[in-house]
Design a protein around this ligand. Sequence first.
Ligand code: SF4
Length: 249
Amino acid sequence: MKVYHLIYEPSYRSAVFHHWTECNLGCKGCFCKAEKLDFGLFPDALERLKDRPPETAPERFIESAEEALGILSGYPVERAVFIGTEPTLDPDLPALAKALHRKYGSYNILLTNGVKQCDLSDMDEIIFSLKAVTDDIYKAYTGRSNEKTLENFKKVHASGKKLQAECLLIPGLIEADEVEKIAVFIAKADKDITLRIDGYFPIPGCPWRGASTEEVAEAAKRALKHLSKVNYLTADLPRQGETPVRLFG
Ligand code: SF4
């Protein structure tokens, strides 16, 4: 299994599984390459990123779903979240989701770039990172076309799975007008799909400045012309909930 880091969030009774795979995108602002531990563990996560050398691959992994359940023993799990360098590329993800469903009846949430689809039978909600709908912008940021991601978004929506979308506001690359285009794309499927806009924060080696709260709020306002639910997250918003417990990695 490709899970190298597992944390537990007591406030939400969430187990958060971080996967490490050879991602099928090459996002220039990939924060997993700058910090592979969960940001929630550090009160100064953004400070830690400054002048940080690129991350190296993890050395230890959780071997199996059984081992993961053992590590979680004693923690009530209501939600399981799968994130990291593209969880769908971990061949053991469906078995892990199934084991969590069986043991806890957890609400399983997958965060994905949407390029590849895996068996989603034991996922309750999929959050697609759409990044951009204008192919040239998507290519400039990720190194490949958005064709598969957009196609898979429509397919998963048609399958009836609960779906959310997220995108990143990057000043000078993915601006408010692109966020509005993303909102229009989502609304064509369903205007009630939630969109979360994350404000970009500087990653070492990237040319862009961080997005201000005002810029992200303005992008949200534009997205709200097309969607009924839009929220946003910026680096300066206070952290919600208790500090997570580091269980592995
Ligand atoms: S899809 Fe996610 S993990 Fe993959 S390169 Fe982009 S930001 Fe990194």
